[in-house]
Design a protein around this ligand. Structure first.
Ligand code: FIX
Ligand code: ZN
Length: 416
C-alpha cells in the first residue's frame, strides 16, 4: 500500500510512532518481583530527584530538614512549590501532569489527596500492567547492582526476576570507579581480590562478573563515567576495562554500555539530585571502538557539546550504538535537536531514546513526549522524500519505526 499524500503520511507516521511497542533499554525500574525496590505512586513521582532540585530553587529551607521529612511531607512540599505556587512548566513537572491526565485523573482539581486516594486502590502488579499498556512499553531493561544488599537478596535468597517483560543490565560502576571500596565488598561476597592489580584479583573479578551475568541473565554491562574519563590511561579504569570488562563481555558475547559525562555530587546536600553534567573527550570512545572492533559498545553522553561528534563517530564504527537523550538532555528542545541530526547522520541506525525512569508511571510521560518529537521529525523527513517522487509504503515506515523503538537494540545484541 503506497502513501498518496502528506496528510496520509502524517496519519500513518503518527499512528505508528505512537502505537509501536517500545523496548526501553535503560531504566532504573524493577519488576514487581523486587518488592519495594519497584517505585510507583504519586508520592514517589513527586519526590523524583529531578523535581527535588527544582523545588529547592524556590525556598531557603535547609537541606537537612527536607531529608528528615517523611515521603508524604516531602511530596506535599514539592507539590506546593512546583505545582501550586508556580506553574509546572519544566519537563519533569509537566511530565507529572501528563501522567495524571493519561491515567484518567482530573488535572483541573489540583487535589493531591484525591490523587493519593485514587492510587491507593491499585496494587503494584496492576499498576505495572496498566502503565506498560498506557505507555506501550513491552520490554524494560533494569539497572542491576549486586552490591546493593536489598537487591542482591532478591537474586540470591528469593526468586530473582521472573517477569518476562523485564531484563537485567549489570552495573559495574563500583569496581571501575571506586575500586578501594569495592575490594572489601567483593571479599564479603566470596571473591578473593586485593587492592593490588595482580593475576588472582583479575581472575576473581572476572569470576564475579561472569557469575552475576549468568545469575541475572544480564543483557549488557553498564557504567556511568565521569566527564574526565580518558582511555587508554595509566589508571585503574583502563586496567579494569582491558583486563576484566572486555574479556568478560567477549566471553559472554554481550555489549558494554557507557554513559559518559557525569560530574557526581557537585552539591552533596541534594544527594541523588546533586549531580551535574560535564563535557567529555570523545577520544576515549574512539579508542575503545578502535582497539576492540569485535566488541559492541552502547554509548550515550551527557553534555550537549559532545552529541554531534558522538554521532559522527558512530558513522566510523559499526560496533558503536548511540542511544538515548540522557537526563538533562531529556527535554523537548534537546530531544528535537539530537533526534534530527542523528537521523540526518545515521538514518535510522540508532536508538533514539531510553527513559531512565525511576518511578513506574514516568514511562507514560517520558515516552509520550519523545514519541511526539520523533513523529514530527520523521514526518518532515519522509515528506521531503515524497516531494522528490520517492514512493513510500506503510510497511516501510513500520519497519523504520520498529527498528528505532525496538529492534535496533536487540539486533545490536545479536538477539533479533
Ligand atoms: O547513572 C545513571 O544511570 C543516571 O541515569 C542516574 O544516576 C541519574 O541519577 C538519573 O536518574 C538520570 O536520569
Ligand atoms: Zn540511568
Amino acid at each position: 500500500l503506497t502513501i498518496q499524500n502528506e496528510a496520509q503520511l502524517k496519519e500513518i507516521v503518527d499512528r505508528l510512532v505512537y502505537q509501536t511497542e517500545v523496548t526501553d533499554m535503560h531504566t532504573h525500574l524493577f519488576s514487581p518481583d523486587f518488592g519495594d525496590l519497584n517505585l510507583w505512586g504519586v508520592d514517589e513521582l513527586l519526590i523524583y530527584h529531578y523535581l527535588i532540585s527544582e523545588t529547592f530553587r524556590w525556598t531557603e529551607q535547609d537541606y537537612a530538614s527536607f531529608w528528615e521529612m517523611s515521603k508524604t511531607e516531602q511530596a506535599d512540599w514539592v507539590w506546593k512549590k512546583l505545582f501550586v505556587e508556580h506553574s509546572p512548566i519544566s519537563e519533569a513537572a509537566r511530565g507529572v501532569i501528563t501522567i495524571f491526565n493519561r491515567l484518567g485523573l482530573d488535572t483541573s482539581s489540583r487535589n493531591l489527596n484525591d490523587y493519593r486516594a485514587q492510587w491507593a486502590q491499585k496494587s503494584a502488579e496492576q499498576q505495572v500492567d496498566d502503565v506498560m499498556a498506557a505507555a506501550k512499553v513491552k520490554k524494560i531493561v533494569m539497572t542491576n547492582d549486586p552490591f546493593d544488599d536489598k537487591e542482591r537478596a532478591v537474586w540470591t535468597e528469593k526468586q530473582g526476576n521472573q517477569d518476562s517483560r523485564f531484563y537485567a543490565a549489570l552495573r559495574v560502576d563500583p569496581i571501575v570507579n571506586q575500586w578501594d571500596q569495592s575490594v572489601s565488598k567483593l571479599n564479603e561476597l566470596g571473591y578473593d581480590v586485593s587492592a593490588e592489580w595482580e593475576t588472582r584479583t583479575i581472575e576473581e573479578t572476572r569470576r564475579f562478573l561472569s557469575e552475576w551475568i549468568e545469575r541475572m541473565d544480564a543483557l549488557y554491562l553498564a557504567i556511568s563515567m565521569p566527564g574526565d574519563f580518558s582511555y587508554p590511561s595509566e589508571d585503574h579504569r583502563s586496567r579494569m576495562i582491558d583486563d576484566v570488562i572486555i574479556p568478560v563481555c567477549q566471553d559472554k558475547g554481550i555489549p558494554f554500555g557507557l554513559m559518559i559525562g557525569v560530574k557526581r555530587q557537585v552539591n552533596p546536600q541534594l544527594r541523588l539530585a546533586g549531580d551535574m553534567s560535564m563535557r567529555s573527550n570523545i577520544e576515549a570512545v574512539q579508542n575503545l571502538c578502535n582497539r576492540y572492533p569485535d566488541q559492541k559498545f552502547l554509548v550515550t553522553m551527557l553534555s550537549r557539546e559532545n552529541q554531534h561528534e558522538l554521532t559522527v563517530l558512530a558513522r566510523k564504527f559499526r560496533n558503536l550504538m548511540v542511544f538515548g537523550c540522557w537526563w538533562f538532555l531529556h527535554i523537548e528542545s534537546m530531544v528535537e535537536e539530537m533526534t534530527r541530526f542523528r537521523l540526518e547522520l545515521l538514518g535510522t541506525s540508532f536508538i533514539p531514546q531510553h527513559s531512565d525512569c525511576r518511578v513506574f508511571e514516568q514511562l507514560v510521560y517520558k515516552w509520550e513526549h519523545s514519541r511526539k518529537i520523533l513523529a514530527n521529525v520523521l514526518n518532515e523527513k519522509y515528506a521531503t522524500l515524497m516531494q522528490e517522487g520517492w514512493v513510500l509504503t506503510e510497511a516501510e515506515i513500520q519497519r523504520d519505526v520498529e527498528d528505532m523503538l525496538d529492534v535496533n537494540f536487540w539486533r545490536f545484541l545479536g538477539k533479533a
